[in-house]
Design a protein around this ligand. Structure first.
Ligand code: AMP
Ligand code: ZN
Ligand code: FE
Ligand code: FE
Length: 284
């Protein structure tokens, strides 16, 4: 079922393969009219995406980011929607997070090489280009060198959170990221929460920190998972949002932008909340 909204997508500004222009064109072509670009720790794609957006009447680009955060034993991803690239304090914080990604990426490649998996850090940097470098770029180098046949396999074997070549980087806690997003005038939405431990404690804690929404209609979540998450959302008075998390790196069965069962009522509620955010004057 296609939706008019998609609040989680990636471009070449992080680990997606479509340029911001190509991504906006793809989303608009799929009938998405409220679309968030949420690159990892970067809003570098937003300016280009805005230019592309101007060519599609009736289409609205929502600027955003996805921040990686940590809890014991698991990784929590936090989407910050309505965060604007013109905000210098936002840029300062994101630049610091991206620097941490470079050191961490080098560390992962070093560990792989110790295991005689001989990919080059220089090649990973070439694949990433100007982007906020991430593990998918390393996975692509592993595919290219013939060590695995697809990106997901690299995560399963080596670079997933509990894999032998995983290296940590400095991250905020989930509550800190929520506070940061809210302080910068944005709206915080926890990403793909289905597999996280103890949602019964985590969601109220993040709601108290100022989080407004959670992903319920995510990528390939089964109807039973969507139903379970919707109950969590209702119980915690969190807006049930969602997105495709489109990257273009996961092969033929990857969901295209808008290909999620997100209802129009969620979009309407998001727009109501957005109208109360302090950052509106930055939008143009
Ligand atoms: P990073 O930002 O470097 O920590 O990498 C996180 C990104 O890696 C996520 O946005 C996903 O696109 C991808 N990813 C994480 N875990 C997996 C996995 N198990 N299989 C495939 N891709 C994954
Ligand atoms: Zn990603
Ligand atoms: Fe994520
Ligand atoms: Fe994502």
């Amino acid at each position: 079922m296609a939706s008019r909204g998609d609040f989680h997508t990636h471009s070449t500004a992080s680990d997606g393969v479509k340029t911001p222009t190509e991504l906006v064109d793809l989303a608009a072509g799929q009938g998405v009219v409220y679309h968030a670009l949420t690159d990892h720790d970067s809003t570098e794609g937003i300016v280009e995406a805005r230019r592309a957006a101007a060519r599609h009447p009736g289409y609205t680009l929502i600027p955003g980011v996805e921040m990686g955060t940590d809890i014991a034993g698991a990784e929590v991803h936090m989407l910050g929607l309505y965060l604007y690239p013109e905000d210098p304090e936002l840029q300062q914080a994101l630049a610091k997070l991206r620097e941490g990604r470079v050191g961490r990426g080098e560390g992962i490649v070093r560990k792989l090489r110790e295991m005689h998996i001989m990919i080059e850090w220089e090649r990973v940097q070439q694949i990433a280009g100007e982007a906020s470098v991430g593990r998918p770029h390393i996975a692509q180098a592993l595919v290219e060198a013939g060590y695995v046949s697809k990106v997901a396999e690299a995560f399963d074997k080596w670079i997933g959170r509990n894999g032998p070549a995983y290296v940590e980087r400095d991250k905020m806690t989930p509550a800190e990221s929520v506070q940061f997003i809210v302080q910068r005038g944005g709206l915080a939405c926890i990403a793909h929460p289905a597999d996280l431990p103890n949602l019964d404690a985590l969601l109220p804690e993040l709601k108290a920190a100022g989080m407004a929404a959670m992903e319920v209609y995510y990528k390939d979540y089964a109807p039973s998972v969507v139903q379970m998450l919707k109950q969590h959302a209702d119980r915690n008075e969190l807006l049930a949002l969602g997105g495709s998390d489109y990257h273009g790196i996961f092969g033929n069965d990857e969901k295209l932008p808008g290909n999620i069962p997100l209802p129009d009522s969620s979009i309407e509620r998001l727009l109501e909340l957005a109208a109360t955010l302090p950052n509106r004057q930055l939008a143009h």
